[in-house]
Design a protein around this ligand. Structure first.
Ligand code: MTE
Ligand code: CO
Length: 422
């Protein structure tokens, strides 16, 4: 029996009561002011001496007390770090923007370190004028700013057959959400002049993996960007410095990093990343291919296995993130009793198409065990399925495109674990 099955059993064996849990905080959260609290009455070290000057941190970094907030990999998934993945610490973040240094990394041949002076982007194939752009050339086109999530198709892939990894960083952390500055791919293509027979693009990376994917022209001329900034500063090397392709709402694998060439063709190329990889094997032996859009999905980030409830009964805040590759997320329902009662959460912050949304649910924790779930609704009308619903259609052989509902079990001590309930 696998660990996942054990956990599944454990969850269904545990009877739990969630009656009496109601939304809305009631008890006080702060303690009464005391005259003998040294944290208040004594002069703390940071007030006894001068702090660092303005020359100490030419490029800022987080407080030393935040050292644990880092990307992490899963050792058994990482046979070789140059062809692996690390995960965004979603449980440590709030709002909707992922800080640049915490964006998960996925690369097939390590991080290419490109010299921007030597950077070239070539457009060739079915075009009137094959062209080469330098980085400066690209920056002379009209610039646009957009916030988009990037989710690897394999996000939550290890959870297809049952609850496995203990923490939303590992189950859902192959996602980041940043503001990109770049130019429209359509403008660059127009400069080269796409021939009427040109229906597909093959973007190619400059790294040793020379990543390629077939992108339909309609998407390319729609909302694709050639980006050189993330959250206002240059792309990080891990994210494709100096230039990456942005394919909003579509699987991360198409967002070619270190973009060096775009070939225009009249049909898809059926390369490795769209045949042997990034396809979903169905129970009937056929494979789903070109599954581009990332479907509506959400996860509760707090409480979660890496972020237990650290206080006793009383007012508690549940929060999480939701996104859809097809539109906005106008609604996220949450349940704290394993689906007996669903209530709408409160979405706060910008609600942008193909971007992460932040939701909150404030409730009064009685101290009883909880089974937490969230269920996101896309503006196009689709709703996040349960994992069982997903398996019914897709079977258990998939790795990619798992947007099933995640469950966290929280015990009386506030400790959380990854479980499944059916
Ligand atoms: N582009 C190149 N050139 N090389 C790569 O290995 N990995 C792809 C994609 N683009 C990859 C690439 C995959 S599988 C994903 S999920 C995203 O980049 C990851 O982007 P990130 O590293 O910014 O998170
Ligand atoms: Co990927």
């Amino acid at each position: 029996m696998t660990d996942a099955h054990l956990m599944k059993k454990a969850a269904s064996r545990r009877g739990f009561l969630a009656g009496g849990l109601a939304a809305g905080a009631s008890a006080a959260v702060a303690t009464a002011a005391r005259a003998d609290d040294p944290a208040i009455t004594s002069v703390q070290p940071w007030a006894q001496q001068l702090g660092d000057g303005v020359d100490a941190r030419p490029y800022g970094y987080p407080s030393e007390f935040e050292k644990h907030v880092v990307r992490k990999n899963v050792p058994w998934l990482t046979a070789d770090p140059v062809s692996s993945v690390n995960f965004t610490p979603l449980h440590e973040l709030d709002g909707i923007i992922t800080p640049n240094g915490l964006c998960f990394e996925r690369h097939h041949s390590g991080v290419a370190e490109l010299d921007p002076g030597q950077y070239r982007l070539m457009i060739n194939g079915l075009v009137d004028r094959p062209l080469v752009f330098t980085l400066e050339d690209l920056k002379r086109f009209p610039r646009v700013n957009h916030i988009y999530f990037l989710e690897c198709a394999a996000n939550s892939g290890m959870e297809w057959r049952g609850a496995q990894l203990n923490g939303c960083q590992f189950t859902h952390g192959m996602i980041h959400n940043v503001m990109y500055t770049g130019v429209k791919l359509g403008d660059i293509l127009a400069e080269a002049g796409v021939k009427s027979s040109g229906k597909w693009l093959l973007p190619e990376g400059a790294d040793a993996s020379a990543m390629t994917r077939s992108v339909p022209m309609e998407k390319a001329l729609g909302d694709c960007l050639i980006a050189f900034k993330m959250n206002g500063e240059a792309l990080r090397p891990e994210q494709g410095y100096p230039v990456r392709l942005v394919v909003p709402g579509w699987e991360g694998n198409m967002w070619v990093k270190w973009l060096r060439r775009i070939e225009v063709g009249d049909q898809p190329w059926h390369h490795r990343e769209e045949t042997s990889k990034y396809t979903d094997l169905l129970p009937n032996g056929k494979a789903r291919r070109f599954t581009w859009e990332m479907d509506v999905k959400s996860v509760i980030t707090n409480p979660s296995p890496q972020a237990p409830i650290s206080h006793g009964p009383g007012p508690a805040v549940l929060t999480g993130v939701a996104w859809s590759g097809r539109g906005t997320v106008p609604r996220v329902d949450v349940t704290i009793d394993g689906g007996k009662n669903w209530v709408p959460s409160r979405i706060d912050g910008p609600s942008l198409s193909k971007s992460m949304h932040r939701f909150y649910y404030e409730f009064n924790w009685t101290g009883e065990p909880l089974l937490l779930q969230s269920r996101a609704h896309c503006s196009t009308g689709t709703v996040q399925p349960t994992k069982d619903e997903l398996r019914e259609v897709r079977g258990e052989n998939s790795i990619y495109h798992n947007n099933g509902i995640q469950t966290w079990f929280v015990n009386e001590k506030g400790v959380a674990e990854n479980v499944e309930i059916s």
